[in-house]
Design a binder for this molecule. Sequence first.
Ligand SMILES: [Ca+2]
Ligand SMILES: [Ca+2]
Ligand SMILES: [Ca+2]
Length: 231
Amino acid sequence: MKFKMIRNHTQRICTAILLILGIVQIFLACPQIVRAAVLIVLDGEFNDWAGQACFSDPAGDAASPQTDLLSYCFATNPNDPIAYFMVERKPSNKSVEIWLRVDVNNDGSYQSSQDRAIRIQYKPQGNHDSTTIDLFNGTNQFLKNLPDVGWGESNQDGGAKIEIGILFTDLGISVGQPLRLFFQSMQGDEPSDNTLEVQWSPADGLGLPILAGLLASAALWMSVQRGRSRA
Ligand SMILES: [Ca+2]
Ligand SMILES: [Ca+2]
Ligand SMILES: [Ca+2]
């Protein structure tokens, strides 16, 4: 009888260990679940956007080549309360005004005071860029200038791509909050090119805290099994 109890106890411990090892193996086999393959860095280099959520926009649907948007992406880094965005237009050495419009309260309108609009005045230069980024709310009220939150390609690099990072607090959102967004280029005072609207819940993704949570659950399960075996 005692031998059977010891055998059952050993089997439960082995099962729990296998469960923990299985969870670890799943995360090791899928490193993108644990962390982004590459962290987004605001540095004017755009290889970090490979594999992130990106959407294309048709070429030739704008009022001018320099306002013709071609793609946009969005991402977050683990444990980093910043929403990162990349927008690409046709290569050009001309300046362009692009708006990132965010439906913060996710009600299908971009015109309430909770909503946000980020104005990107992108001016590519010879070997650098001079870009100004300002924050407005949905009623077109200026909130503040956002210094050092964006980096665009220089003319030498094509003058096409810009990456920006906006603090969750500046967007007025909390982690995981669903919102809608789209990019819009301007030709003078008139919209030239609108991208498709997407819905997104900026979050840290499945990071180490979730892995730790799963391991804790496995440990708790093992502890409960131990308790049952003693009863
Ligand atoms: Ca970058
Ligand atoms: Ca376009
Ligand atoms: Ca809204």
